[in-house]
Design a protein around this ligand. Structure first.
Ligand code: AMP
Ligand code: TRP
Length: 329
């Protein structure tokens, strides 16, 4: 039986966080053994907000190295850079012309990212059509993402149906693969906002590359309510509930087990236990990351990834252009 195809990507727009890891990256690692996987660094998406060229390059290499450090094996999965396969930009444009203004105006990520800004780039607005191209170019069956990408996935499915309806059956209709626990990890300083690498307050997130002592400090300073009961109650205790979700995701223990472990002990021991669990998860990954950055293997792996991805992308793009009426020379 042929394996189902998986595709996902992460933006090199800052330091990947524990939210990225729990919501998405660790599922990439799980899926690679049973699926035909493509994981990319979406560097074209990153420039929908201004990026310093030096920082973009460093962060792009850093995200690719983190994929490997987290356990994605290039002999099992294809790892590549979005910008290295020109088909993304090309299909992105073709799908932009099929997308309605109203659809993009409804996107909550666009509303959040553009709110209060004096000037907003058009790319930020059309970003979801490019994401649809990323997915449809590979005819992906499954897309592992966090909760915040649901709306973009829905648009991808709509665009696939629209294209198929107008030009004949071409694209598979992809499904999201969203974890039950940890699909939406919240900020440490404000449980009403998702943990995000673009938050200017570094205390609001745990970066995957934060040193152990930084992790301990950030968790000890995480906002909690004034009570002392370690209990999962997202309505009345959103901060503690968020920490419990992180604890559960990081240790694979159920929330009930963790509540029982800290019954009657207050938040101090709970936070200490959480910090040690996060350190135990990230420390070995950070060591691997360092080795990978020093080894110089990254360029070769990304080039090989580009070869495999391009082949697939070219095939889809050829079919799409021919169906749309482009003269194929
Ligand atoms: P981004 O950093 O926006 O490129 O996101 C990369 C992946 O991480 C996407 O699948 C997101 O849905 C996921 N993700 C980002 N932030 C979080 C979060 N706070 N909790 C869970 N998943 C997240
Ligand atoms: N929009 C996604 C995010 O911000 C990143 C992304 C771009 C993506 N292209 C994708 C995710 C294709 C999955 C599949 O997190």
């Amino acid at each position: 039986m042929t394996k189902l195809r998986v595709l996902s990507g992460m933006q090199p727009s800052g330091q990947p966080t524990l939210g990225n890891y729990i919501g998405a990256m660790r599922n990439y690692v799980k899926l690679q053994h049973t699926h035909d996987c493509y994981f990319m660094v979406v560097d074209l998406h990153a420039i929908t907000v201004p990026q310093d060229p030096g920082a973009l390059k460093e962060q792009t290499e850093s995200v690719a190295a983190l994929y490997l450090a987290a356990g994605i094996d290039p002999s099992q999965a294809t790892i590549f850079l979005q910008s290295s396969v020109s088909g993304h930009a090309e299909l992105g444009w073709l799908l932009t012309t099929l997308t309605y203004m109203g659809e993009l105006e409804r996107m909550t990520q666009f509303k959040d990212k553009s709110e209060g800004k004096e000037s907003v780039g058009v790319g930020l607005f059309t970003y979801p059509s490019l994401m649809a191209a990323d997915i449809l170019l590979y005819n992906a069956d499954l897309v592992p993402v966090g909760d915040d990408q649901k709306q973009h996935l829905e648009l991808t499915r709509d665009l696939a149906h629209r294209f198929n309806g107008r030009f004949g059956d071409t694209f598979k209709i992809p499904q999201g693969y969203i974890p039950e626990v940890g699909a939406r990890i919240m900020s440490l300083d404000d449980a009403s906002k998702k943990m995000s690498k673009s938050n200017p307050n570094a205390g609001s997130y745990i970066a995957m590359l934060d040193a152990p002592d930084v992790i301990r400090k950030k968790i000890s300073r995480a906002v909690t309510d004034s009570g002392r009961e370690v209990k999962f109650d997202p309505v009345n205790k959103p901060e503690v509930s968020n920490l419990l979700s992180i604890y559960s995701a990081v240790t694979d223990q159920s929330v009930e087990e963790i509540e029982a472990m800290y019954a009657g002990q207050g938040y101090g021991p709970f936070k200490k236990g959480l910090a040690e669990a996060v350190v135990a998860l990230l420390e070995p990954l950070q060591q691997k990351y360092k080795d990978i950055r020093e080894s110089g293997d990254l360029q070769r792996i990304l080039r090989e990834g580009r070869e495999k991805a391009s082949e697939q992308a070219e095939r889809t793009l050829g079919e799409v252009k021919s169906k749309m009426g482009y003269v194929i020379l």
